[in-house]
Ligand binder design. Sequence first.
Ligand SMILES: O=P(O)(O)OC[C@H]1O[C@H](OP(=O)(O)OP(=O)(O)O)[C@H](O)[C@@H]1O
Ligand SMILES: Nc1ncnc2[nH]cnc12
Length: 194
Amino acid sequence: MTDESARQRGAEGDPREHARALIDEKTRRVPDFPEKGIIFQDLSPVLADGDGLASVVDGLIYGLGDVDLVGGIDARGFLIGGAVALRLGVGVLAIRKAGKLPPPTHRREYELEYGTASLELPADGMDLVGKRVLVVDDVLATGGTAIAAVDLLTDVGAEVVAVATIMELDGLGGHERVAKHLGGDIPVTCLWVG
Ligand SMILES: O=P(O)(O)OC[C@H]1O[C@H](OP(=O)(O)OP(=O)(O)O)[C@H](O)[C@@H]1O
Ligand SMILES: Nc1ncnc2[nH]cnc12
């Protein structure tokens, strides 16, 4: 990390401003992927950049309350989840796509901007009751994935304290859907909206 990037990220105020500038500059926007009509927002170049990853992590945790555990959503949420957890000094939990975890599991199905899917969590081996969990992912689109993650964590007795994503796709209603599902008092934060 350079002194310059550290200065830009935090010392001069809100670290989200620098994160937003890098997201704006580096995101790869690909039309008609994975199907016609979808503009795929590929954050790979942002996260592959040291300053980009650090800025995003700082931005995602800005203003957060107490967190015991970070839940990262399969698959791109894993990248952010591990980095955020390390920064917060807590553990990370992989919220997995169906069929990856050995039984017993809890499962929730949901609809995506393109298709349907299921998420799973282990149903034993960990005591998640009462754990304050921050859910992280790269993109919030329709909100279906985030809602399934919230429901799974609720199923295992955890308390979701915030949902944070790097990017929100405007016009799909995801932010409102997730906020409403969480009941209004739990923050849904997205660094960049577009
Ligand atoms: O708000 P939603 O409409 O639910 O969409 C958002 C989800 O879609 C993408 O994941 P995807 O299912 O494509 O999986 P991947 O991370 O494995 O590529 C993205 O990483 C989010 O998890
Ligand atoms: N348009 C999109 N770009 C990247 N990830 C997504 N997840 C859901 N919709 C997406």
